[in-house]
Design a binder for this molecule. Structure first.
Ligand code: HEC
Length: 254
């Protein structure tokens, strides 16, 4: 343990502020006080390979927020679900009423200032792409136009407020593209998005055919297409199956 402390201390001394993207005074790997000091393992700790040492995950690793936090659990084969099963649990969590339409919070940024917007997204479970439809001239659209990097979060709403033991949440990081007017992808996206729109109270009147609806919105609405790079799902019930509560899905790299 003493060894660990010395390693941490030396690590801190060697680090020089990098500045740049993460802001002024950012040291490589982030501030060391954010790291767990692995003195005693709590009983609720996730499972990991027997061959691993505490410091494999809990040391100032000098990389970035991504590898230092959530990704630590991916270092262990034990407790990690097969990719296909992670994808299934994600689509299951986001299936809504069966139409894969759910309410999320979407985070964007403009001039390095974040904005979180409540928005309905529709997931295409075949491609793992998300779609949203917006009025023109809304703030988040200007954000996306200036910075295509976005993040979204979903949380399963609970009547009993048991967000601690019964937590189920999904976090998405990806790239957004604004589809509009004659963009060929607009039609494709609209075909996925429009059928999930809530139908007005039954009046006996049939909604117009899909192609007519697409023509009606083509020059009025913007469809945002979000291609995820990484999706993290937290579901405490995974633990009962011997898995870690947090599972990470990553898109295949090009
Ligand atoms: C495979 C990576 C990994 C290994 C190995 C590992 N941990 Fe962790 N540990 C994590 C992660 C990730 C978290 C963050 C919480 C979570 O996701 O459960 C964590 C959280 C903790 C926490 C904080 C828990 C809390 O509720 O505040 C302590 C303390 C801890 N670990 C101690 C240890 C000790 C001691 C060892 C070795 C005996 C160890 N860990 C080995 C990944 C690991």
């Amino acid at each position: 343990m003493r060894h660990t402390m010395i390693v941490l201390l030396v690590g801190c001394l060697l680090l020089s502020p990098a500045g740049g993207a993460a802001g002024q005074g950012w040291e490589k790997g982030g501030p060391s006080f954010l790291y767990v000091k692995p003195t005693k393992k709590p009983p609720h700790h996730g499972v990991y390979d027997e061959t691993m040492k505490c410091t494999d995950c809990h040391s100032h690793d000098g990389v970035d927020a991504y590898t230092s936090a959530t990704m630590a659990m991916k270092k262990s084969a034990k407790g990690t679900m097969p990719k296909q099963e992670i994808a299934q649990t994600i689509t299951e969590a986001l299936k809504g009423k069966g139409d894969y339409r759910e309410i999320f919070v979407l985070s964007t940024s403009f001039n390095n200032k974040p904005l979180a917007t409540v928005i309905e997204l529709v997931l295409d479970p075949k491609t793992f792409t998300f779609y949203a439809m917006s009025e023109r001239q809304t703030e988040k659209l200007f954000h996306i136009a200036s910075n295509e990097k976005v993040s979204a979060a979903y949380v399963k709403q609970r009547e009993n407020y048991d967000y601690f033991s019964g937590a189920l949440g999904v976090q998405i990081v990806g790239t957004a593209k604004l589809l509009h007017d004659d963009d060929p992808e607009f039609t494709e996206a609209a075909k996925i998005y429009l059928p999930t729109l809530p139908q007005p109270v039954p009046t006996g009147i049939q909604p117009p055919p899909l192609d007519d609806m697409i023509a009606m919105i083509r020059h009025a609405k913007i469809i945002t297409k979000i291609t995820p790079e990484r999706i993290v799902i937290l579901n405490r019930s995974f633990k009962a199956k011997g898995y870690h509560a947090v599972q990470v899905w990553e898109a295949a790299t090009k």
